[in-house]
Ligand binder design. Structure first.
Ligand code: PMP
Length: 407
């Protein structure tokens, strides 16, 4: 029997629920079931050709060795230029570190700063990984419920009530995974006023979906507003996290970054120099080409997501018992399934939680989605629109048929 004892650090975290849901869907598929997978959190497009070609050229030119830990100067210059051009920020290459995806930037920032018992304020619904990363770094995740009536957003009062003597970080993710909620500059200013009273609290902005916004008239330049543009006084304690995964359909390339105060970026550098090393040299060349090159793909892919968002939200809202707003950003619908709770399935099972709803949808309708509980707010489920319209239509039709059979 395999009985290796793993560390308490690992026992206290759980595998990503979206990964587990995707695995269960794949297992059913292998068993011959027809499954509509609406779990995936990655663009269904290929990385644009000019980016792939830049990787090919980098390989030919011998970019196959270790780079400086923080990333090549070319890439950090491209990131600095992007931050200036799109976000109005002035971080220099020595205030930027390239990492193995945004995930690694977030984890190493927490690892480099948290002492046991330090608290991290996480507005819920949140990206599933934040609380577990905090736990893995011996910190305490403090989830603040941000209900639908608040647009799933953190209010100044909610933030104020969550901050204690032990608060080290506040994590803001706009547009949000899973809700698409996107803060306006005015809302950021309200949060900044609270933060002004707590000068030792660090702020992490997870900007990974910043380009996937649907109201371009409101979101000038096609990116979501940035906290630091609204509240530049927070610059010396804010770490801005981003990457190429979602914007350029580059999830597999693993390039993200953190931009912030030099001392903090240096701490990430020290941690990663022992924990991981630089991110892939070829991927770095590709990411620089993505940031410096033609941006046409971004608007084209957002137009496709918008069509899917509109059609799928209309389909969901036509199902009695389900409802969802139109997300302002990202590529998910966060569907309210409160009216299904307490209903009975044809086989006599009562749906008591959103976890029950999700399991029942998978088993009876063959539709894979993720329960709101995984994101810290129930009763909801997250449905990804990063898949074809045909697949989405099929998924919605199956959900409608299954719901019609409930009593
Ligand atoms: N932040 C959020 C909110 C995400 O949804 C994801 C991807 N699921 C990431 C960070 C991680 O992105 P990356 O691929 O760059 O590690």
């Amino acid at each position: 029997m395999d009985s290796i004892r793993v560390a308490e650090r690992v026992r206290r975290i759980k595998p990503s629920p979206s990964t587990s849901a995707a695995e269960r869907a794949n297992q059913l598929r292998r068993e011959g079931r027809s499954i509509v997978n609406l779990v995936v959190g990655e663009p269904d497009f290929d990385t644009p050709l000019h980016i792939r070609q830049a990787a090919g050229r980098a390989m030919e030119a011998g970019a196959t060795r270790y780079t400086s830990l923080a990333g090549t100067l070319d890439l950090r210059r491209a990131i600095a230029a992007k931050l200036a051009r799109e976000n109005g920020l002035d971080h220099g290459p020595d205030e930027i570190i390239a990492t193995n995806g945004a995930k690694s930037a977030i984890y190493s920032a927490l690892a480099a700063t948290l002492e046991p018992g330090d608290e991290v304020v996480i507005p819920a619904p949140y990206w599933v990984s934040y609380p577990d990363m905090v736990l893995a770094c011996d910190g305490v995740p403090v989830s603040v419920s941000c209900p639908e009536e608040q647009g799933f957003k953190l209010t100044p009062a909610g933030l104020d009530a969550a901050i204690t003597e032990r608060t080290r970080w506040v994590i803001l993710n706009s547009p949000s995974n899973p809700t698409g909620a996107t803060y306006t500059s005015a809302e950021y200013r309200g949060l900044a006023e609270v933060l002004a009273r707590h000068p030792s609290v660090l702020v992490m902005t997870d900007d990974i979906y910043e380009h996937i916004v649907y109201d371009h008239e409101r979101f000038e330049g096609g990116t979501a507003p940035h906290l630091l543009t609204a509240a530049p006084e927070l610059r010396d304690r804010t770490l801005a996290i981003n990457g190429v995964s979602k914007t350029y359909a580059m999830t597999g390339w693993r390039v993200g970054w953190a931009a912030g105060p030099r001392s903090l970026v240096r701490a990430l550098d020290t941690f990663l120099s022992q924990a991981a090393g630089n991110c892939c040299s070829i991927s770095q060349a590709a990411a620089a080409a993505a940031l410096d090159g033609d941006q046409g793909f971004v608007a084209e892919s957002v137009a496709v997501y918008r069509e899917r968002r509109d059609a799928t939200a209309a389909g969901i809202n036509a199902i009695p018992g389900l409802s969802c707003g139109l997300p302002e950003g990202a590529f998910y619908l966060f569907v309210n399934c409160g009216a299904l709770i307490g209903r009975m399935t044809p086989t006599g099972r009562r749906l008591d939680t959103d976890g029950d709803v999700v399991m029942w949808l998978l088993e009876t309708a063959g539709v894979a989605v993720v329960a709101g509980a995984a994101y810290g707010l129930s009763p909801y489920f997250r449905l990804s629109i990063a898949t074809s319209l045909e697949t989405l239509d099929d998924g919605v039709a199956r959900i409608a048929r299954a719901v019609a059979d409930l009593t």
